[in-house]
Design a protein around this ligand. Structure first.
Ligand code: GTR
Length: 401
């Protein structure tokens, strides 16, 4: 290659590098959001209007679920050969006698390939019957959910949850799929290798949600847990997975999705904060290959995220934001929750959400749709958990602690 050509190519590459942050610059200006039209959650692909819960359950719900599988999160294989579990560590007197600690290893096998999911769980000792539970899909440090309780993290305030009369469990996303674009296949996807090259194949977020479902399979065998009262909780990328888990697995009684933002609880078509192109570029291993065709092309999506929230209906769903987390688009999250109301209405469940986004720290903790925009940064805190507890109490009609 001659010198001149090399020089030209270098200049071009340098320019692209220099300007790439601008190519992905995100909008934070409400006046620049522009117009958009959401797909109607209650109109089928063939244009039929859905007016009853029967039509929703028989026609539109399966259709919407398939659209999300096909275009966004990928297939969700339900069959596997075996699930075995063993209690690796146990302390009946944990938390000064308040709780029963169990560390359980699940081994799920399919086609002779195993995946291991480790669960840490605390169960209140003073309950006479199986405990309702919260399950966190932990996307952050394992220290947050340490059985030793030597780090008391707000991300998983186990003592507070135990005091409120619920069991608390967690598993780490890396057991199901490492959160890495080069290694995410080393986990659940080894059980389903056909997914890897499929354009609608499962990716990391799908694998994390799948992991949550397997923990629920285990809960059904654990007499300490009331498997009919399990809330699945996730923060941010974990909150995208908690919504997808609750959409796919209707055994989850409640879903909490904290600061889940783009391709979680906030609307993709709203041009504010993180975009589909940005998320697909930063995290190519989270969603399907098909999803990449919606980069800068959100209007072509046959779904938007209000429809994911609606898939949780009639079960209660709680979505949140933090005031300084504009990346996750608080307004877009609130609007998505509002748009899901029409499906709850088919079940005669009246949403208590206000017409406009509520003020900061003004939570709506009445089912079926909970929402708050907490003062502060992108995080999962005691404030968030305390609201999830109130919401669950309201749903199960327990006294608020
Ligand atoms: C960000 C990502 C968000 C959210 C977040 C997190 O970098 O853009 O969509 O998932 O990470 O998981 O904390």
């Amino acid at each position: 290659m001659n010198k001149n050509r090399l020089m030209k190519i270098s200049i071009l590459l340098l320019t692209v590098l220099l300007f790439s942050p601008y190519l992905y610059a995100q909008n934070y200006d409400e006046s620049k959001v522009g117009e958009y039209t959401l797909p109607d959650v209650l109109v089928t692909e063939s244009g039929k209007k859905i007016t009853t819960k029967k039509e929703w359950e028989q026609t539109r719900r399966p259709e919407v679920l398939t659209l999300f599988e096909e275009h966004v999160y990928g297939q969700f294989p339900k069959k596997y050969d075996r699930l075995e579990y063993s209690v690796k560590n146990e302390d009946r007197n944990a938390m000064n006698g308040k709780a029963h600690l169990k560390e359980v290893e699940l081994v799920i096998t399919n086609n002779n390939k195993p995946v291991r999911i480790n669960i840490v769980m605390f169960i209140p000792n003073n309950l006479k019957k199986p405990a309702p539970a919260f399950l966190l899909i932990n996307n952050r440090s394992k220290r947050n959910t340490a059985a030793s309780r030597d780090t008391l993290s707000e991300f998983w305030p186990a003592e507070m949850v135990i005091d409120a009369g619920y069991a608390l469990a967690a598993f780490h996303v890396s057991d199901a799929a490492p959160d890495n674009k080069n290694t995410y296949q080393n986990g659940v996807l080894e059980l389903y290798p056909e997914q890897i090259n499929a354009n609608n194949g499962m990716r990391a977020i799908g694998a994390w949600a799948w992991g949550a479902s397997r923990v629920l399979d285990y809960f059904e065998k654990d007499k300490d847990i009331d498997a009919k009262k399990v809330a699945v909780v996730g923060h941010s990328r974990g909150g995208k997975a908690s919504l997808w888990a609750a959409a796919q697995d209707q055994r989850f009684a409640i879903c909490a999705s904290n600061c889940s933002g783009n391709t979680g609880a906030s609307l993709s078509r709203r041009n504010f904060g993180e975009s589909v192109e940005r998320i697909n570029t930063s995290f190519p291993h989270w969603f399907t290959t098909n999803y990449k065709q919606y980069n800068s092309n959100e209007n072509a999506l046959p779904v938007d995220q209000h429809m994911l929230i609606a898939l949780v209906a009639p079960r209660p769903v709680y979505v949140t934001n933090a005031s300084k987390d504009l990346w996750a688009d608080p307004t877009g999250t609130f609007l998505a929750a509002k748009e899901a109301e029409s499906v709850y209405e088919l079940y005669k469940l009246e949403s208590k959400l206000p017409q406009r986004p509520p003020a900061i720290d003004t939570p709506i903790v009445s089912p079926p749709i909970g929402y708050h925009n907490r003062e502060g940064i992108h995080d999962l805190t005691k404030y968030d958990w305390a609201r999830f507890l109130e919401f669950a109490n309201n749903h199960y009609k327990k006294n608020v602690p």
